[in-house]
Ligand binder design. Structure first.
Ligand code: SF4
Ligand code: SF4
Length: 322
């Protein structure tokens, strides 16, 4: 059998970015189509380009954007003749970068520097539903951004997806502003909001996010906990010299425990990982102690801990321990 590859994400994902639609969760350099200014998105171009890449993989040709990607799989004999239906079941909304804070680690500012949002998403989503391109039963929608409080279509998008029976939402946000629309999201065990708190004290919050809104954020998390059915997950991005000390981490963990967060996402500053993923990583030795502490704390207090794949791999690869 000749060599042949497949990628499930390529077949099922649309990742909306300010000037591009990608076919998987990869960043702006991944496979996709460009959106020119004020242009309506060409649905046919989108589908034909997706098909072109699926065919390339099928023939054993790996596009340079996919080289080394862990999601690439060899096609087995079983699925060799299977037809890819191109039914979208994973939508990532990342086409805006406006935010009401200014985190020092923000990759949106690096990746989309100087790039403006070139389209409104809602009309295109309606069109995809009309054309039956979305897998209504299994669709998962993830909001990245930017912060959703600054997305003018946020409420309408939530309504549109819910009207079309979408049940799974993952929403990344900073929690600085309370959003009543979140109360309308129907209960589902997988619906989650991930709030990037990154600290346990007012001062560090200000240093990281350059806004004085620690107490408001905590109050909003409490309100979300009481008024919505969403799982609350709190994020801590560890930043060299800013919040990489055990006292700060302990305060954060106590807050998460008191707020009964469903889980904690713990990761290393993106700028040292995603943006430099081919380099050697300088991991300060005390990061390992902090992560051990977080693991023990979560296990003792029955909080689920999620350490993303790239943080785990950076921790394993880190060679130049300071
Ligand atoms: S192989 Fe990787 S980079 Fe290529 S489309 Fe799939 S997920 Fe994206
Ligand atoms: S909350 Fe997110 S989008 Fe806003 S500045 Fe921080 S990292 Fe960037």
């Amino acid at each position: 059998m000749p060599k042949s590859y497949k990628c499930e994400q390529l077949e099922t994902t649309l990742h909306f970015q300010p000037d591009k639609i990608n076919f998987c969760c990869s960043n702006k350099y991944g496979l996709g189509i460009n959106i020119k200014k004020n242009e309506n998105i060409d649905k046919n171009e989108l589908i034909n380009t997706k098909k072109k890449y699926i065919k390339m993989l099928n023939k054993g040709i790996i596009p340079k954007e996919c080289e080394g990607c862990t999601k690439l799989q060899k096609k087995s004999f079983k699925d060799f003749f299977k037809y890819s239906k191109l039914l979208i079941n994973y939508i990532i909304i990342d086409h805006f970068k406006e935010c009401d804070c200014d985190c020092i680690y923000c990759t949106q500012k690096i990746i989309y520097k100087g790039i403006k949002q070139k389209y409104q998403l809602l009309p295109f989503i309606k069109e995809l539903y009309k054309q039956n391109i979305i897998d209504k039963k299994n669709l998962k929608v993830e909001f990245q951004g930017g912060n959703v409080s600054m997305l003018n279509e946020f409420d309408q998008l939530i309504n549109e997806f819910q009207q079309n029976n979408c049940k799974i939402f993952f929403i990344l946000m900073n929690g600085i502003k309370y959003l009543p629309i979140l109360e309308k999201i129907k209960p589902n065990k997988d619906n989650t909001i991930a709030i990037s708190l990154d600290c346990g004290t007012e001062n560090t919050f200000k240093k990281i996010k350059k806004i004085d809104a620690f107490n408001e954020t905590i109050e909003n998390i409490k309100k979300l906990k009481n008024n919505t059915s969403l799982l609350i997950s709190l994020k801590y991005i560890i930043i060299n010299g800013i919040n990489d000390n055990l006292d700060e981490v302990k305060s954060f963990l106590d807050i998460a425990n008191n707020l009964k967060a469903a889980y904690i996402i713990f990761e290393i500053d993106f700028r040292d990982t995603m943006m430099n993923y081919k380099n050697e990583f300088k991991i300060p030795a005390h990061y390992y102690e902090i992560i051990e502490y977080v693991k023990n704390y979560c296990s003792k207090n029955s909080i689920k801990l999620f350490i993303p794949e790239y943080t785990n791999s950076v921790l394993k690869k880190g060679s130049n321990i300071l």
